[in-house]
Design a binder for this molecule. Structure first.
Ligand SMILES: [Zn+2]
Length: 164
């Protein structure tokens, strides 16, 4: 692949990103419901394009205010990464990546951790790309479980301590 191709793809990525509209909807509450159950507070980051939904990711607030945990990542079928296209070297907008970039952009001062649940349908390969190829600081499910500073993935508490 030549640099010219990469530049072109960067340009097309930028164009695709600029087509997206982002909405953040809070849900739940830290006040217990009538039956005493807690409907944990969270946010849903939704990305759409020309009014049609591309995907969403839900995150829950954790007991530490600097920590969020993703619950579900959903990318609508027509916007999922097509490996076959990728293998023949064709450009395709990485909508799943753009969704995750928006999640991190919305909460610049929080650490964001993957849930212990399976994030299907994007699946493990996607989450791996989020960390690897896309280099987003997405903590592994094991991070910060036992104690605050226990980040096992090696990213550390970069984001949440930036403004201290
Ligand atoms: Zn970590």
């Amino acid at each position: 692949m030549t640099d010219a191709t990469n530049d072109d793809w960067d340009e097309r990525d930028r164009a695709a990103r600029s087509e997206l509209d982002v909405e953040v909807d809070p849900f739940g509450s830290s006040t217990p419901m009538k039956n005493g159950r807690l409907n944990r507070p969270g946010m849903m980051v939704k990305v759409s394009r020309d009014g049609s939904p591309v995907g969403w990711v839900s995150v829950y607030e954790q007991s530490e205010e600097w920590l969020l945990e993703t619950f579900k990542i959903h990318v609508f079928k027509e916007y999922r990464f097509n490996k076959a296209l990728h293998e023949v070297g064709e450009y395709q907008p990485r909508w799943g990546l753009f969704l995750m970039e928006e999640l991190f952009a919305q909460f610049p001062d929080k650490e964001i951790r993957e849930s212990q649940a399976v994030n299907d349908p994007p699946g493990f390969a996607f989450v791996k790309r989020v960390r690897g190829e896309y280099a987003l600081p997405y903590h592994q499910p094991e991070c910060f479980r036992a104690e605050e500073e226990q980040c096992v993935c090696g990213i550390g508490r970069r984001r949440s301590t930036t403004n201290l």
